[in-house]
Design a protein around this ligand. Sequence first.
Ligand code: ADP
Ligand code: MG
Length: 263
Amino acid sequence: MDEMEKKQPVILVRNLTKIYSMDSFEVYALQNVSFEVCPGEFVAVMGPSGSGKSTLMNILGCLDTPTSGQYLLDQQEVSRLKEKNLAAIRNKKIGFVFQSYNLLPRLNAFQNVELPLIYAGVTRTERYEIVKKVLSEVGLKERMYHRPNQLSGGQTQRVAIARALVNNPAIILADEPTGNLDTRSGEEVMQIFQTLNDEGKTIILVTHEPDISLHAKRILHFRDGHLEGDERVDNPVRATELLKEYPNDENHDDLVEVGRELT
Ligand code: ADP
Ligand code: MG
């Protein structure tokens, strides 16, 4: 990749506006939002409840379209595309991680992570290798055949991260990924995101917890649908460092594995 190419933003939004029309009134969920994200950035999106964070993520993730404004993903205008085309872009370029995991309960970890590869037409032999690799990367090699209800919240979220990674997307979007987790499991999830970012993945993560946002390299602040602030984080908190201060306990025996496989 030459210098010129490197500087092209992977996300460019200009005057993005989203209005929800209700029966008797309109909700301005986003108003004239403009910013860019370059490859390799790690951005936290902060703001109180109702400030438009999820609306923004749904548009960035091609799950929804704006009322007006521009959205270029990887230099392609996607804001006016129809659902069929959006779905194709979503599958290829976006890895989504949700607060509530959104795994299929009847499928085990392996099958949940495998699903996007089946849709993409990858052969069975290749699927096995790729799924095994990404589940190892999130420290779950020994849990491949567990179903979600046989895993802890932190482990379940790591399966969801593996599923988001499996198609090698251009960007990872995570909407409150630590919202349902205890502090330590949340820190382990942040450790995985930081390792992925160290390896060059672009990550955009919504949180309303200041402690979590300080793991990112940049923070966007939203209020009432407006982008109010855009700040650099000089010395992001390193999850690996914080985790050293937590005592090892049996419920978190996978951590050692994460450290070994990822760093
Ligand atoms: P956040 O994720 O920051 O809590 P949201 O993006 O979910 O905020 O919501 C922003 C605003 O848009 C809120 O006022 C919310 O009530 C409204 N909103 C979100 N989704 C819808 C929808 N599908 N229909 C109507 N209003 C919505
Ligand atoms: Mg939200």
